[in-house]
Design a protein around this ligand. Sequence first.
Ligand SMILES: Nc1ncnc2c1ncn2[C@@H]1O[C@H](COP(=O)(O)OP(=O)(O)OP(=O)(O)O)[C@@H](O)[C@H]1O
Length: 384
Amino acid sequence: MPQSPSPERVIERGTASAVERAATALTVEGLTVTVGGKRSRAVRDVSFSVARGESVGLVGESGSGKSLTCRSVLGVLPPGCEVAGGRVVLTGTTADGSAEGADGAEGGAEGSVELTALTRRQWDGVRGSRLGAVFQDPASYLNPSLTVGRQLAEQLRVTLRLSRDAAHARAVELFTDVGLHHPADVYHQYPHELSGGMLQRVLIAIAISCDPELLIADEATTALDVVVQAEILELLHRLRTDHGLALLLVTHDLAVVAEVCDRILVMYAGEIVEDGPTADVLAAPSHPYTEALLRVASLGTWGRRELDVIPGRPPEAGAELPGCRFADRCAYATAACTAAPVPLHTAGDGHRSRCLRVAEAGSGSEAGTAETSRPATYQEGATV
Ligand SMILES: Nc1ncnc2c1ncn2[C@@H]1O[C@H](COP(=O)(O)OP(=O)(O)OP(=O)(O)O)[C@@H](O)[C@H]1O
């Protein structure tokens, strides 16, 4: 596992043009999530898609809205939080394996389905079968009084209606697939008998047991040591290649994104501020916040040093500002940046940035056509 991003590795593993040709697995359009009694907008008009077999990394500092975005996709928002706008569509596949249109129509088990419109009962046919998820603390998602094999087998029996023997056999196969040594023995072990890395493999086995279209990994490797973290990332990479799984990976760690993601979404104060192919974003960030994150990542411990390196603090969740939400921490900000909302501008092929200075350098907004270069001040490497 590298301590700093390695764009070359990303290029080896899958280029943006390759994934752009793939069918869409997930479409998020204009997602807005409100929190608390004041209905503050903690996630603001967030739009992105994930293609089948593609790995997308969602990065940003604590409180930027990454988890609320993922939890909206999974339909498990905490109490007091709700989707106030936009839609989330899981695109199904037809019998020939091609993607159905993301028209929001509610389909059958394999059809295109608008998740934001599902009733609680309809969710049961989707969550755990078409959508899988793994989180930071695997032990808290397992029952301490049941063996891990039994927990996986129960899921297989309920969701796939397998017999007891078939569920046992399939559970051992899945444990093998996620790289657990002596899988038949692990089957009979309790969660407290397994290490953190083994527990995360068990959770991944449960998450992929029904062959989901999309796997969400929310800080799934954060608590693991670097060696185990690298093994789990390798496993996620292999699973998406072998199973055509779409992967949405939430992390604070740009090195993790560099290792496994085709594309990066950078969130700041509830908004996506940059979105593009990993290699392009890492080589030439088009938003000052991303640029600052990269500089912190190169120091090695982004999570702890971030606020030391980027002066100031993000606005309160839900604070309504007239212009760019990063402006008061940005060395490149001008009066125009704080005067009016800044839309996402084209910053290259499949690359967008919510920075007026990028647009100033020659492109228009998303509707614009021209390629851009970054403002001269970016290239001079001024301190953010
Ligand atoms: N249940 C809740 N009630 C009120 N506010 C919430 C709730 N959950 C999240 N928020 C607020 O919404 C904003 C976004 O939170 P979110 O958990 O999505 O951030 P995050 O980027 O995932 O952060 P972290 O990396 O620390 O998990 C934060 O300001 C947070 O305080």
